[in-house]
Design a protein around this ligand. Structure first.
Ligand SMILES: Cc1cc2nc3c(=O)[nH]c(=O)nc-3n(C[C@H](O)[C@H](O)[C@H](O)COP(=O)(O)OP(=O)(O)OC[C@H]3O[C@@H](n4cnc5c(N)ncnc54)[C@H](O)[C@@H]3O)c2cc1C
Length: 449
């Protein structure tokens, strides 16, 4: 059964997140953007109201919500401030490697704590030298008995300056690429962990982003999330489950840009009429609406797959790059509709545009998503149509008269280069269209495997 309706519980959650976004996030967003600071009290309020870390399984004291509930909540918060939404959602990203791992005692200890206390957990694969190429991690994990000693730097760590715990991806051997990648749960208070200065950013300034340095940090064996060789796959699995949220950030932010544009066209006047009466602007609004709706469909589909035991990797990538790119187009057009006022800090569209710009970069750039999707489309996807050289297309004969075994004159030979079909006992010496030799012809009765 295909059903796009939300359950009563999901609608209730949506209303709760919407109320939270309007009461706690929207009023402070512009201020914290200006001062370039994360509003910790908003993150705390999100925890207290049960709309962050919603994916902690019930057995550890969490809400046990799925990816669908996650994207519903995320859209609402991002609609008020994409930066704060990033910091609220970051706990889910940070915890996902732990949730996916099979380390039961570690889950008992940390997931229960995060469910019962206001604790933040960040995720770190990226480093100063690498981001897209996760197999190129250099942060070194040296075995010491059953423990590991961490040395190196992670960069771009969202909430890194305020988090209590980190999911850290490192390597036992930078030369062995993905085979050496492992993962650890590290506490910020441990000896040898230091936090860099807040990185000043173009947008999402309400979200904290820092570098984290490890100087001979001892990680006890109990805090190993993934053994060497398993870390790379854990990171990829994490992204497959968390990328739909980037789609949801995009939908929420684009939705607000569109709503502000609709409000503005109904009030602003030019050439003796409201600008809402110009069909050129009506068409822009239609396209904004279309992009928000299509992005939400893709995002929900990927989240639904994640919740229903279907590998969401491809649809999560599609949702991520489609929604993040269309959101940027929506915000850009919204700013255009505002004219000069759109370019000021007095209206919210310029902030949305700056905030949205990040969606194309983190959790795998648009280019990386295209690599994932093209790799699947070209190597794993099962096409329905026959190969081009096996197409049953005939211009000169009735299709049912072709390849009759009792009549050699009906044998069809297709030129693999230009598609011309020759009928006869044998192929022609040369193609009359593209001049390829007879070896270029294929008997259409023989199918390509
Ligand atoms: C504000 C912010 C928050 C972040 N939060 C986190 C976080 O919490 N945790 C974390 O681990 N990381 C985080 N990141 C890092 C982010 O995931 C990386 O910036 C991103 O993956 C890109 O990596 P890079 O910046 O090293 O770019 P690079 O990997 O150096 O890429 C540079 C350019 O080359 C392109 N490119 C690279 N490889 C290919 C290819 N094979 N084909 C075509 N094009 C290619 C990229 O798309 C990009 O355009 C954050 C980044 C920012 C800016």
């Amino acid at each position: 059964m295909l059903d796009f309706r939300l359950t009563d519980e999901q609608m209730e959650l949506q209303q709760k997140a919407r109320k939270f976004a309007l009461e706690h996030v929207l009023p402070v967003a512009a201020y914290y953007d200006e001062v370039d600071e994360v509003p910790l009290e908003v993150l705390r309020a999100a925890y207290e109201q049960g709309i962050s870390s919603t994916d902690i399984p019930k057995k550890y004291g969490g809400k046990g919500y799925g990816a669908i509930e996650g994207v519903i909540v995320t859209e609402e918060i991002a609609a008020a401030c994409p930066g704060i939404a990033t910091s609220v959602f970051d706990n889910s990203l940070g915890m996902e490697p732990l949730i996916l791992s099979d380390k039961e005692p570690l889950k008992e200890k940390y997931l229960s704590r995060i469910a019962n206390e206001f604790k933040l957990m960040s995720f770190a694969t990226s480093e100063p030298f690498m981001g897209s190429d996760v197999s190129g991690i250099r942060c070194k994990a040296t075995p010491d008995g059953e423990d590991y000693i961490l040395n190196g730097t992670k960069y771009w760590v969202t909430n890194g300056g305020i988090a209590d715990y980190y999911s850290i991806f490192a390597t036992t051997d930078p030369e062995s690429q993905h085979k050496g990648i492992c993962a650890f749960l590290v506490e910020r208070d441990w000896d040898g962990v230091s936090v860099g200065k807040t990185i000043p950013k173009m947008g999402q300034r309400c979200s904290n982003t820092v570098g984290i340095h490890f100087d001979n940090v001892r990680v006890p064996k109990e805090n190993v999330l993934a053994e060497p060789g398993q870390g790379f796959y854990l990171a990829m699995k994490t992204f497959s489950r968390t990328r739909p949220a980037i789609g949801a950030f995009s939908v929420g932010a684009a939705r607000s840009a569109m709503e502000y544009a609709i409000d503005y066209v109904k009030k602003r006047r030019a050439f003796g009429t409201k600008i809402a009466n110009f069909q050129g602007l009506q068409f822009k609004i239609a396209e904004m609406y279309q992009k928000v709706e299509t992005s939400r469909l893709l995002t929900w589909k990927a989240a639904w797959e994640a919740d229903n035991g279907i590998d969401p990797t491809i649809n999560a990538s599609i949702a991520k790059f489609y929604a993040s790119e269309t959101a940027l187009e929506v915000a850009n057009e919204a700013l255009q509709i505002f004219g000069g006022y759109g370019y000021t800090k007095m209206f919210p569209v310029e902030k949305l545009l700056r905030d949205i710009r990040l969606f194309r970069i983190y959790e795998g750039t648009s280019e990386i998503q295209r690599m994932i999707v093209s790799g699947y489309a070209m190597n794993s996807y099962n096409p329905v149509m026959p190969h081009l050289e096996d197409l049953p297309l005939h211009f000169d004969k009735e299709p049912e008269t072709v390849n009759q075994s009792d009549s050699p004159e009906t044998t069809a030979w297709r030129c693999r280069m230009c598609g011309y079909v020759h009928y006869g006992e044998a192929p022609p010496e040369q193609c009359p269209f593209c001049f390829m030799p007879k070896t270029a012809f294929k008997n259409t009765a023989e199918k390509t495997e």
